[in-house]
Design a protein around this ligand. Structure first.
Ligand code: NAD
Length: 319
């Protein structure tokens, strides 16, 4: 990892996402100020960050001594003003509602130094609307992570209507410098990139289940043991590039009619009723266990790190 391009950051809102951002920034060596209006939530987040770093060190995911260094980089702040003093980057991770985000942004814009970038973790809001009417709208930007960002590196970067091009460039550079994989989206669309792609696949999975085409187990297995194995290495276009000897152009031309016919068949919206949800729940619990959530998340996070380490060791040819 390179040296962070911004040295001092504030994480505002330390719930599920904020606490994981604390790890991203502290691990990279940033002085990391943490603030949450709920003191109990802040205490929980700081304890979680410390324990999570210790676990990572025990599992060999971070070098010996890093957990102590990480803990030393994190500072508990009692007010937004304390968190923002001298911070060059703010990662807003408060509740997901436009009116709340607008309120938080008004406070951040008033308290932050002129050059500070105000980045939001929002999964759904348009920065044009969050920053509407703010004097500092030019330094406001979306940096949307995937849960949990200290494990999954992609960050969707989207400017608002008034965001400076320079702020976009600084955001991409900073995210890379703390070990994330930023992607730039040129304009707002609901769901950004990741959730639109995910929603398209989930819609079809639900449709296949509720029409009785296959069991939940069969549908999960097709992704887990099929599509997903390739998709951890190559995206839809990269996979297409390997599906015909002439590469993706050859593949898409050859299968052009086949895809058009399939797309025409995909138009139905599933019913997504309680009956269907209960059926999926029962079959999913049979596959992965009824009380497996915490253990399954921990296993998922360990395995994602191992896959990433393997990819680092054996990078794709030509890329
Ligand atoms: N959970 C996810 O999977 C996920 C993934 C990507 C992005 N996000 C986005 O990250 C943001 C946070 O989501 P989360 O899941 O961590 O929510 P959360 O409910 O776990 O945490 C929100 C935190 O914000 C705090 N808060 C409340 N009012 C605040 C205020 N005025 N100023 C600052 N903090 C305040 C709360 O005390 C809480 O600790 C949301 O915008 C969400 O869309 C969530």
């Amino acid at each position: 990892m390179t040296r962070p391009t911004i040295q001092t950051v504030a994480v505002v809102g330390t719930g599920v996402i904020g606490r994981s951002w604390i790890r991203v920034f502290a691990r990279a060596g940033c002085e990391t100020r943490a603030y949450d209006p709920d003191p109990a939530q802040l205490e929980f987040a700081l304890a979680w960050a410390r324990e999570s770093a210790e676990e990572d060190e025990a599992l060999g995911f971070i070098d010996a001594g890093t957990a102590v260094r990480e803990a030393g980089a994190v500072h508990r702040c009692g007010t937004v003003g304390d968190a923002l003093a001298g911070a060059g980057w703010v990662q807003e991770s408060g509740p997901e509602a436009l009116d709340i985000k607008k309120g938080i942004y008004a406070d951040l814009d008033a308290a932050a130094d002129a050059g500070t970038i105000l980045a939001s973790s929002t999964s759904a809001q348009d920065m044009t609307r969050i920053a509407e009417g703010l004097a500092g709208a030019r330094r406001c930007i979306v940096a949307h992570p995937v849960n949990p960002p200290h494990v999954v590196p992609v960050v969707e970067v989207l400017p608002g209507g008034e965001t400076d091009a320079e702020v976009v460039a600084l955001t991409l550079a900073f995210m890379k410098s703390v070990g994330q994989s930023p992607v730039e989206m040129n304009h707002y669309l609901p769901g950004f990139l990741l959730n639109r792609l995910q929603a398209a696949l989930i819609r079809e999975a639900i449709f296949l289940y509720e029409t009785g085409a296959a069991s939940a187990d069969a549908i999960d297995t097709v992704v887990r043991e099929g599509l997903g194995l390739r998709w951890a290495l190559l995206g839809p276009f990269g996979s297409g590039h390997t599906n015909a000897d002439g590469g993706v152009g050859d593949y898409y031309r050859r299968y052009n009619d086949a895809y058009r016919e399939l797309w025409a068949d995909l138009e139905a919206d599933p019913e997504f009723s309680d009956r269907v949800i209960n059926g999926i729940r029962d079959e999913t619990e049979a596959m992965y266990g009824a009380d497996a959530t915490a253990a399954l998340c921990a296993w998922r996070d360990r395995m994602v790190r191992r896959i990433r380490a393997l990819k680092d060791k054996d990078a794709p040819p030509g890329g």
